[in-house]
Design a protein around this ligand. Structure first.
Ligand code: ZN
Ligand code: ZN
Ligand code: ZN
Length: 104
């Protein structure tokens, strides 16, 4: 997790994923108090944790869609039906007649 290296140009796109807490899809969305917030740069894609005061001046990140299959945070979407899926569920998600054939 490295901070954005071009704060002067990118800072206007920074948003806060998690304010002063540990909170992620990987711990089941349990929220524990922490002095650190998770900040995201929407230009270079950097994600980092900081307890700097500038966090208070940044807007919250928009909520990310949940996977249609397992409800974890979706990182991608089906290019055919445009539903949100996480990477592992998208691997198993196919539409007959579109490229990858349905198996089983
Ligand atoms: Zn950046
Ligand atoms: Zn999933
Ligand atoms: Zn689909």
């Amino acid at each position: 997790m490295e901070a954005c290296r071009n704060a002067a140009a990118h800072r206007s796109t920074w948003t806060v994923d998690v304010r002063r807490a540990n909170h992620s899809a990987f711990n089941g969305y349990r929220r524990t108090s922490s002095p650190y917030s998770q900040v995201r740069c929407h230009i270079c894609g950097a994600v980092w944790r900081t307890k700097a005061a500038y966090v208070d001046t940044l807007p919250d990140s928009p909520p990310r869609p949940a996977c249609q299959a397992c409800t974890r945070a979706a990182g991608t979407a089906c290019r055919i039906c445009h539903q949100a899926y996480c990477a592992s569920c998208l691997t198993d998600h196919h539409h007959e007649g579109y490229g990858a054939p349905a198996t089983g």
